[in-house]
Design a binder for this molecule. Sequence first.
Ligand code: GLU
Length: 421
Amino acid sequence: MATQQLVAEINAWDVAQRQFDLAAERLQLPAGLRKVLREPKRALIVHFPVKMDDGEVEVFTGYRVQHNLSRGPAKGGIRYHQNVDLDEVKALAMWMTWKCAVVGVPFGGGKGGVVVDPSKLSLRELEGLTRRFATELSILIGPERDIPAPDVNTNAQTMAWIMDTYSMNVGYTVPAVVTGKPIPLGGSEGRTEATAQGVVYTIQDAARHLGMDLRKCRVAVQGFGNVGGISARLMAKEGATVIAVSDVRGAIYRPEGLDIEAVSAHSRATGSVVGFPGSRDISNAELLELDTDILIPAAMENQITAANAGRIQARLIAEGANGPTTPEADEILYANGKFLIPDILCNAGGVTVSYFEWVQNLDRDLWSIGHVNDKLHEIMTRAFASTLEASLREQVNMRTAAYLLAVQRVADATSVRGLYP
Ligand code: GLU
């Protein structure tokens, strides 16, 4: 309960600004540039009506934030969650700016969200909500302007509805307005797996650096959605032993290892991983502190805080989620010799393949899965190597190292463009 209260008090926007300040200070960014990069360029708040199945009208609140557009159009997902608020979306948009810069894809940072628990809506209500939200966003989005993608509780179907709504409004089909679409609508091969695939590529690079053999490693994964679920499957494919996974209802633990395909089947059949035969039910908080070699937080923000960082046993932490670790926890983990692959690097595979999808749409081209994964591997490995190099050279943790690279790139783009007017 105490931990729960603490988590609720941590403000993601405050965390994001403090992470930026650390890098800006080290880079000795000019004060004016610092003020520009510290705030989002624009934020849209909408309240919009949706006709529910019982005939009543419900009003929902949604946000779209564009943090910095110096390097290209805004890019970032849309999440549906009951706890979404403006500060969270601002933080997520800022993180997208740095993420795109770390891997060098030509986008700025954006993010959107709707305050809703989608598990309480019917498919028809979800479609209505998505189409009306897309209409409200139409003053901002577009293939050259702002390109949404899936995030927490949204998926390829959500993107299909947004793409269709936007296309109906302009009168012709515009595939490049969103990424993460179904493949028949111009979605890219490999996009669904891309975030998890990128997580695993960075884990391979980190393991090589640390001298860890993945076939001898135990892995705990928090979250069983598009990132956590697929990361668990891919880590098992690498020969690692996945000892714990979790979802919103709780975690399951089996020290000898879990059969991830069977856990997925159980989750599809029952709606949760909890209660998987042969495993022990534990809490999400307990999962983080398990005796494991690798920990993949792939759920929500503020999971590793000053309250539990000292008890994390994993040597390697790979942030599949955005913002799972607070700045205080970063310091504790670094002091304890933990190696953390930060979100803006670790989970950048998703937006990287989103970029591939956008390029294919604009070029009317189709890439093979082999080509997508080869290019993804090349980009992730290069980004990991430059971050590690900066971390060793500057004697800072991997998060600050990634920020040094990213913030410098965005600062260069922003300052060389100059001030208008
Ligand atoms: N929502 C994902 C993220 O947080 C993907 C964003 C995108 O592909 O635009 O990185």
